[in-house]
Design a protein around this ligand. Structure first.
Ligand code: GDP
Ligand code: IMO
Ligand code: MG
Length: 428
């Protein structure tokens, strides 16, 4: 019966993988409901680092059924590679279930993603070039190809021919590229992927409901984050799915009343990869920002890109609380601030001379927003061994309490290092 959602509340890479793994201990099933291999979720177990893109972060427990839901876009080659690489490291992936309704990312999606970005030039979004946008666009255009289509060769080939008849015109006439051959793609996918994926293809919606009906606890693992959401993010600098908690309903096939707990994951500061507005950004060369990147190792899990750093933004977080219906917050990377003399928090914006406490709906205003900061004395203490709230330095506790007061939902967990055991149950 209980359903918990783990959702990113900033611009991604908040530590969703770490907390999904942590919470999965008490669950039966972990379900991804959107996104694809644009995600990179890191879990560090006994010093060993796993960076996963498509397989739910609950896979490390033998009692968990990991499920890739209908809302995910799946590159079958990437999925198989990830399954192989986890298997080689001793992780059992045999329980993995893949929704037959999930859409496939095929080679032309990646090519189109890169071409669109190049075409945009300076206005590019900075996508991961994984084919995410074009795959979701095909889904919305109703020319997408689903996982279940692979199970019927005639249908699979027919659909590929139909979609490529249009896509090839775009590739050749708009982008001056060579056309792709539908049968060549079909041969490759069917010969290299189908046999291995077939045992995993499932009716994920009924699987999830049967688990919920049996009173099992299901965890829904978000990828990306609230401000990368297609509807609620800083459009167009967003991804092409709905990472917000509401995305679970469409992306996994459950009703909103099933969701009992929504855990927002937030860094103790903020990072963003790719282009787009970021009011509390600390620009290249800023001493504090550079230290966040260095100490926090803020480079993309998959793409290796430097993440843009900034101070915690309570204005955005209050909005994330509303959009997701957060019941609580889990704060990560508190330890990254351990050596800062002063820690700042953006509590409001100044826009055109006025103090603004709610996220402006007009994005031009967000571009003009100047952060109004509250400053906190740093704690200058190594907190990476803290396992109880009172192990935290009083000034770190004060920072968390101030953050809670700004945001209006309780913090229940705080993380003080990448390791599985580096966290505390926080009570203010
Ligand atoms: P996700 O995409 O939200 O799962 O996050 P990523 O895995 O992309 O990025 C988070 C990074 O921070 C990973 O390298 C994690 O191992 C690391 N991490 C998570 N929690 C903490 C923490 O509390 N402290 C530190 N120093 N690193 C953390
Ligand atoms: P996790 O799940 C951070 C960003 C890209 C780009 C925008 C659109 O690890 O938090 P896309 O390839 O999705 O079309 O790119 O979204 N982006 C992410 N940033 N973490 C992610 O995932 C991201 N997935 C996409 O950098 O700005
Ligand atoms: Mg990530």
């Amino acid at each position: 019966m209980p359903a918990t959602v783990v959702v990113g509340t900033q611009w991604g890479d908040e530590g969703k993988g770490k907390f999904t793994d942590l919470l999965a201990k008490e669950m039966s099933m972990v379900v991804r409901y959107q996104g694809g291999h644009n995600a990179g979720h890191t879990i560090v177990i006994d010093g060993e680092k796993f960076a996963i893109q498509l397989i739910p972060s609950g896979v490390f427990y033998d009692h968990i059924t990991p499920v890739i839901g209908n809302g995910v876009v799946v590159d079958p080659f990437v999925l198989l590679k990830e399954m192989d690489s986890l298997s080689q490291r001793g992780i059992d992936v045999s329980r993995l279930k893949l929704s037959g309704n999930a859409h496939l990312i095929l080679p032309y999606h990646q090519e189109l993603d890169a071409l669109h970005e190049r075409h945009l030039g300076k206005a590019k979004l900075g996508t991961t070039k994984r084919g995410i946008g074009p795959a979701y666009a095909d889904k919305a255009m109703r020319v997408g190809i689903r996982v279940q289509d692979m199970l019927d060769e005639t249908i699979f080939r027919e659909k590929l021919h139909a979609t490529l008849s249009h896509t090839n015109k775009v590739l050749t006439k708009v982008f001056n590229r060579l056309p792709l051959d539908a049968d060549e793609i079909a041969d490759k996918v069917l010969s290299e992927c189908l046999d291995q994926l077939k045992p995993h293809i499932a009716d994920s919606v009924n699987l999830v409901h049967d688990a919920l009906d049996a009173g099992q606890h299901v965890l829904f693992e978000g990828a990306q984050a609230t401000f990368l959401d297609l509807d609620h993010g800083t459009y167009p600098f967003v991804t092409s799915s709905n990472p917000i908690a509401g995305g679970v309903c469409a992306g996994a096939g459950i009703g909103p009343k099933e969701i009992t707990r929504v855990v927002g994951i937030a860094k103790a500061y903020v990072t963003r990869v790719g282009a787009g507005p970021f009011p509390s950004e600390l620009f290249d060369g800023d001493h504090d920002g550079d230290r966040m990147v260095d100490i926090g190792k803020e480079f993309g899990t998959n793409t290796g890109r430097r993440r843009r750093p900034g101070w915690f933004d309570a204005v955005m977080m209050r909005h994330a609380v509303r959009i997701n219906g957060l019941t609580e917050l889990a704060i990560t990377k508190l330890d990254v601030l351990d050596t800062f003399d002063t820690v700042k928090m953006c509590v409001a914006y100044e826009i055109d001379g006025k103090r603004v406490e709610k996220l402006p709906y007009h994005q031009s205003e967000l571009h003009r927003a100047t952060p109004i900061y509250e400053e906190f004395p740093g704690w200058n203490t190594d907190q990476t061994a803290a396992t109880e709230p009172d192990h935290l330095h009083p000034q770190a506790q004060a920072y968390l309490r101030a953050l809670e007061a700004q945001v209006g939902v309780p913090i229940t967990l705080a993380s003080t290092g990448p390791g599985r055991n580096q966290f505390i149950h926080w009570e203010s």
